[in-house]
Design a protein around this ligand. Sequence first.
Ligand code: DGL
Length: 278
Amino acid sequence: MKLPQQAGPIGVFDSGYGGLTILGSLRKHLPQYDYLYLGDNARAPYGTRSFDVVYRYTRQAVTTLFQQGCHLVIVACNTASAKALRTIQQTDLPKLDPKRRVLGVIRPTAEVVGNITHSRHVGILATTGTVMSHSYDMEIKKLFPDITVNSQDCPMWVPLVENFEFDSEGADYFVRLRINQILEKDPKIDTLVLACTHYPLLIKKIKKYTPDNITIVSQGEYVARSLETYLSNHPEIERNITRNSTLRCLTTENTDKFDATAIRFLQQDIHSENIAMS
Ligand code: DGL
């Protein structure tokens, strides 16, 4: 496959709108760069899909972003990071272009929890796919063997966000249910990680049902800081990123719907373009 060689934007990929929470933090911390966002809204949610399907979709998304000129892609989706990232890095990247990079959101998040928890009991709230992959347990245990990790999947939370129901009574019911479940599993938890990029949109409800002594960790800022460090350590990658502070958005769904939603995440007008992936 022939890929464009000239410098390009940072690619940011998510199954839908959730990755816009990461994109917002990236643009805040690293505003100088150009960004190209890709939301696979037509096929979201990924959280309940099998390993093979999430891998295939994520590989298509990464390839699409490479074809659009990105040399660096952030998989801003925990489910895709959990199920597809390693295989893409190890198997696909060497064939596609060994000089390009694909990074995820799990490692940068796992790295910070050790400095946040005092009780050494951490709770992970995520999609079923991320929980089943045990990626957070493994990453956190590797870095901080003394931390006890418990996870809770929250299957209705992504559909609530994708359907603008984050302020509804339905959201109250499902958020309270899952927070109570994880705290019943481990009452010593003092740190709850929102390990799905959609969940910051439910933050009002999450705060409402989480005891005050518990720290809620949103990923955006940590992913942005980690990328900043990565780019200063990898000038050969940084050189291939253009710097005009622009943003382009691609969606596999209806662009009007995407634009109407994206404004709620990014607080700016978006004029997305439709793209087909295969
Ligand atoms: N936003 C994705 C994540 O961080 C999941 C949403 C989905 O289920 O597609 O896991």
